[in-house]
Design a protein around this ligand. Structure first.
Ligand SMILES: N[C@@H](CCOP(=O)(O)O)C(=O)O
Length: 410
């Protein structure tokens, strides 16, 4: 009861008074009447910023310390971009080249891709901007609504095909062998030239100090190779003297690289990719398998996997520290956590997790999780909204309960 008394408005008012020397609470009426707002001085440690230091490379201080006991964990957010994923980096290069080819009157009637949602979004946007027809093959009902609407809105010719990504990939390869449609998937090295810039940018953002680890979610596997290519190029140029160890993180429901790695890189076998919340990496027969294996061998790399529960829990925990990540980044964070727990990654290792897409593309998965509506999943970190009657007493009751649970010092 004593603790509850402290929710009295006067208590809060005195708290603010004592912090800044005069009444400062600027909102509301009644106990907290509106008075002059004086900003207290703050220390630089108090500053809460989503982006510490550089624009898209941020220090995941709270997540690192709270969940992993790490103090040098960084997230490279590649989803803060025009279409909300790292695909923009490569697609601008590829579509620019196609634009040039068309100006040279080369017979390119359009650009096509198979996609789990991010590649098609980027392709359709850049093509629309250049006035080039884009054709996208999407697995029906297997990508998020936000991703589906992107190529539709950008005026692409969208084929929703009753198969999975691997089926779409097979079909687009056959079609582009017949028609002068330029294939924009990441087996095209122009894509990788663009994507490798993320690796160069990480080194530049750390002022050419090489991180110990870089963790990348992997599906079609072009990106892990692109990162290797960028780091390797900087080493060749003498900008750095080593490259980071790479970790490729896969969903356990679509894990052909993980299985291959665990077999000691014996014969690669495609798998049937099962449904995963990390839908952009729901791929069983990745086109860049050989390049990925090369990159991992050259970087003394590791492959890890994440179950559905692990990746969704990791996403929820990361979001609770302010990140709002995509499920694929949840896969990468799970890989990190497993490697930390196994003692492979040390608490002080400088580690960069590559966040591949914007969380807003995957809101349905977050809604399902926080509503605890996922079969066979505990959803341990769900934060469902509280239903409350529209009266002051009811609102105060739930608020007091909530605030007491959050503020043990009261
Ligand atoms: N996750 C990808 C799948 C296609 O991969 P790509 O590397 O060939 O573009 C997507 O978003 O479509």
């Amino acid at each position: 009861m004593d603790a509850l008394k402290k929710f009295d408005g006067q208590y809060w008012r005195s708290l603010f008074d004592s912090r800044v020397g005069k009444t400062t609470w600027p909102y509301g009426s009644g106990v907290w009447s509106k008075k002059e707002w004086v900003l207290p001085e703050i220390d630089s440690d108090d500053i809460v910023s989503a982006f510490e230091g550089n624009s898209n490379l941020f220090w995941a201080e709270r997540y690192g310390k709270q969940f992993l006991g790490m103090n040098d964990l960084w997230v490279k957010h590649c989803g803060i971009s025009h279409t909300g994923s790292f695909k923009d980096l490569g697609m601008t290069v590829l579509v620019s080249q196609v634009n040039r080819l068309r100006k040279m009157h080369k017979p390119v009637v359009g650009v096509g891709c198979a996609s789990t949602g991010d590649t098609s979004a980027a392709l359709s946007a850049y093509c629309a901007s250049a006035g080039i027809p884009s054709i996208v093959f999407l697995p029906a009902n297997k990508i998020s609504m936000a991703q589906l609407v992107q190529p539709i809105a950008n005026g692409a010719f969208v084929l929703s095909i009753d198969t999975d990504f691997d089926g779409c990939m097979q079909l687009i390869r056959e079609v582009t062998a017949e028609l002068p449609i330029y294939l924009a998937n990441s087996l095209n090295s122009l894509r990788l030239e663009g994507q490798k810039t993320a690796a160069i940018e990480i080194l530049q953002q750390f002022e050419w100090e090489v991180p110990d680890w870089v963790i990348v979610p992997g599906g079609n596997l072009g990106n892990i190779y692109a990162f290797y290519k960028g780091f390797h190029m900087c080493k060749e140029l003498g900008l750095v003297d080593r490259i980071p160890r790479l970790v490729c993180a896969q969903a356990a429901n679509a894990n052909p690289l993980y299985v291959h790695y665990k077999s000691g890189w014996k014969d690669f076998k495609p798998v049937k990719a099962n449904t995963t919340f990390a839908s952009a990496i729901q791929i069983g027969d990745p086109v860049s398998i050989d390049r990925a294996v090369f990159a991992l061998k050259k970087s003394n790399g590791i492959v890890e996997e994440a179950t559905e529960e692990e990746l969704m829990d990791a996403m929820a925990q990361a979001d609770s520290t302010g990140m709002f990540i995509c499920p694929h980044t949840g896969v990468a964070l799970t890989a990190l956590s497993k490697l930390r727990n196994a003692g492979v990654i040390a608490p002080t290792d400088r580690t960069v997790v590559v966040s591949t897409a914007h969380g807003l593309k995957f809101t349905q998965s977050k809604v399902d999780y926080h509503s605890k509506e996922i079969k066979n999943m505990e959803c341990r970190f769900a934060n469902p909204p509280v239903q409350v009657k529209a009266d002051f007493g009811s609102v105060m009751d739930v608020l007091k309960k909530y605030l007491l649970s959050k503020n043990s010092k009261f």
